[in-house]
Design a protein around this ligand. Structure first.
Ligand code: SAH
Length: 504
């Protein structure tokens, strides 16, 4: 099994920088033992102009058989011989993907301690895989790689036997990819797509395969037109895991759409207004209302669920009464923007002990979220499909159960006051729904009833006599905590107490 990665240099950057990125010195040939054989890394060429790294994996077929993993394709099916005589040693299968992730671990993660700026840069790359097993043929190879930003995706069928051209082509292709990409992105694509094309995953599919897939797919998989096929094959057609992966990818896609649309209409409208006294942007008013409610609840340890790009986390850090702040989001991209905004890397020890960012989906219960004083869901619920809301409700109010929960969401009645919003439109392309005040109250009251909370409501922004405020906020307080923290609902306009015997 063989794979080469080449790059060309430029006046600013010698091609041999590839060695830094791969963490493998161009002057040395190195061998690594992997669970399926020996991986060798060496450089057939290494000049300032051109540098090529080769990864050669020598698979030990006997060892594969001993591990019960030799049943790859390429041999007579179901025959004892197929265990010993098969394509595994020769074709760039999932075994190569595993070796790739082991030998080039840091490169896959986009880490380079010696030259931290390098992984961020796109390089002129050429990747060649002489024998790629491709169930689905060259056509599928194109469907998988064409959308990924390569300038050239070239596939050439490998003939079954050069001596007997009449036998036709084998099911293997020679693949060449050329383009300007970050090395980490290219390697992560291969890590996922080699086993997908091979479609004979050799290892046990554990539940954490979904996490691996999402990590390796960050930035390219959610938006890929074939993400369904990729997930299903990568997870060896395991139905439950595939469904889980697709749900999470859907959330990532939504979150990415969000990130692209930095300018939320709520804010854009305010910025567009020309009045000499610019009104405070609604996003700022919302943050102030949230901070005030958290302070009056006496919360010190706070979860920001669906923290997005970290604006609220940043505001919370500015007040020492918040001793522990955890931002949670499903989108890695949003979290990495948040980490930059907060300068997490450069933060002093005192500060960095106060704050953490976690990736997670609010549609699943998560033990890491238990035991906090308060949780904030600021402009998050409307991004979930209505049928997924009960899952979020259970994860937050049933499982994590903080003493205080703040939920903000747009008040759809107010939309008629936005001059730039066409009638009947929601404020943001990704909003799955927008509620009237009554709808929000009904939902919140039912949630409170089901989970042992009381709830009050606070208007945020200009509270229009007719249509109400642009943002509505619900303040939930766990019933068994009400006595301990009197004044929790200060500022609330109404308080609904759960009524005994009322069905949810
Ligand atoms: N709270 C921020 C961001 C709101 S945008 C603010 O008030 O500005 C909605 C955020 O919710 C996005 O960052 C999106 O990634 C996140 N999100 C949507 N569905 C989610 C889910 N199921 N689990 C976790 N986060 C989710």
């Amino acid at each position: 099994m063989f794979l080469t990665i080449s790059t060309t240099g430029s006046p600013e950057r010698p091609a041999t920088d590839l060695g830094y990125l791969l963490h493998k010195h161009p002057g040395k040939a190195q061998a690594f033992s992997t669970s399926h054989g020996t991986a060798q890394v060496f450089y057939p060429e290494a000049t300032d102009q051109r540098c090529t790294a080769a990864l050669l994996l020598e698979v030990d077929p006997i060892a594969l058989v001993r591990r019960g993993q030799g049943k790859g394709r390429g041999g007579a099916p179901d025959s004892a011989l197929a265990q010993y005589v098969n394509d595994r040693p020769y074709a760039a299968s999932s075994l190569l993907a595993v070796a790739l992730s082991g030998v080039f671990r840091n490169a896959l993660k986009g880490q380079c301690a010696a030259r931290p700026e390098l992984p961020e840069q796109a390089l002129r790359l050429r990747i060649e895989i002489p024998v790629l097993p491709a169930r689905g043929g060259a056509e599928l190879v194109h469907r998988l790689f064409d959308p990924l930003g390569w300038d050239r995706v070239e596939t050439r069928p490998v003939v079954l036997d050069e001596q007997f051209p009449e036998w036709g082509d084998s099911r293997y292709v020679r693949l060449v990819l050329e383009g300007e990409l970050r090395l980490a992105d290219a390697l992560r694509q291969l890590y996922v797509l080699l086993p997908v094309l091979d479609d004979a995953k050799h290892y046990w599919i554990a539940p954490d395969e979904v996490d691996k897939l999402l990590r390796a797919g960050d930035g390219w998989l959610a938006g890929h037109p074939e993400h369904g096929l990729i997930s299903s094959r990568y997870l060896a057609r395991h139905k439950g895991l595939t469904r889980n992966a697709l749900e999470r990818l859907e959330l990532v896609r939504l979150a990415e759409a969000d990130g692209a649309e930095v300018e939320d209409l709520d804010n854009a409208v305010d910025e567009a207004s020309d009045t000499p006294e610019r009104p405070t942007p609604l996003a700022v008013l919302r943050r102030e209302a949230i901070l005030a409610a958290l302070r009056s609840a006496g919360a010190a340890r706070v979860l920001d669920l669906g923290c997005g790009q970290g604006q609220l986390v940043q505001a919370l850090l500015g007040d020492v009464s918040f001793t522990e702040i955890v931002g949670v989001d499903v989108s890695m991209r949003a979290l990495s923007v948040a980490a930059k905004r907060l300068r997490l890397e450069r933060m002093g020890e005192r500060q960095s002990e106060r704050v953490r960012l976690l990736q997670g989906s609010l549609a699943y219960t998560d033990r890491r979220l238990a035991g906090y004083d308060a949780a904030v869901l600021s402009e998050v619920i409307e991004h979930l499909d209505l049928e997924r809301l009960p899952a979020l409700e259970y994860a937050v109010f049933g499982s994590a159960r903080p003493r205080t929960v703040l939920v903000t969401t747009p008040n759809v009645e107010y939309n008629v006051r936005w001059e730039t919003l066409p009638a009947g439109h929601v404020r943001h392309g990704d909003h799955r729904f927008e509620w009237t005040r009554e709808e929000f109250r009904d939902w919140a009251a039912a949630v409170a009833r089901r989970h042992g909370y009381t709830v009050g409501f606070v208007p945020v922004g200009d509270d229009d006599p007719e249509v109400g405020p642009p943002t509505q906020m619900a303040v939930f307080t766990r019933t068994d905590a009400t006595a301990a923290s009197a004044g929790t609902t200060a500022g609330a306009t109404t308080t609904e107490t759960p009524k005994e015997g009322e069905a949810a």
